[in-house]
Design a protein around this ligand. Sequence first.
Ligand code: RTP
Ligand code: MG
Length: 139
Amino acid sequence: MAENRTFTMIKPDAVENGHIGAILEQINSSGFRIVALKLTQMTKADAEQFYAVHNERPFFGELVEFMTRGPIVAAILEKENAVEDFRTLIGATNPEEAAEGTIRKKYATSIGENAVHGSDSNENAAIEGAFHFAGREMF
Ligand code: RTP
Ligand code: MG
């Protein structure tokens, strides 16, 4: 995947709370182009693989449970400096520490149920994008 791309998920909490439209609108109006998009639901095995880096952490079971309890919106986004700029747009992991106006500040309910995911490196963006999308689904 190109280095000007990142991968995101609108997590089950934000989908349940009806924030898909508002979050996609903020993503677009912040200069990101959507190059892949779908509503999908991860299985337990999917979530365990996607978040394998966290499998020793105390919150791992809770995280897998949360991420599989309902549909998510998966998307690949394009913009110059996409990974870093998107992490800025979503804000800190804990919404209480997230900057005013960030997506997590506006829509997250807790450190665990924090509305959106954003890749943390170009390498992981490529891995995560390929995890969710086939080549013909990326534009
Ligand atoms: P993400 O990967 O989802 O974009 O979030 P992040 O980089 O800001 O945070 P990370 O450390 O990668 O954690 C992944 C997700 O695990 C859940 N979490 N729960 N209960 C807790 O203390 C806790 N800490 C992290 C969150 O859903 C977090 O986004
Ligand atoms: Mg992370």
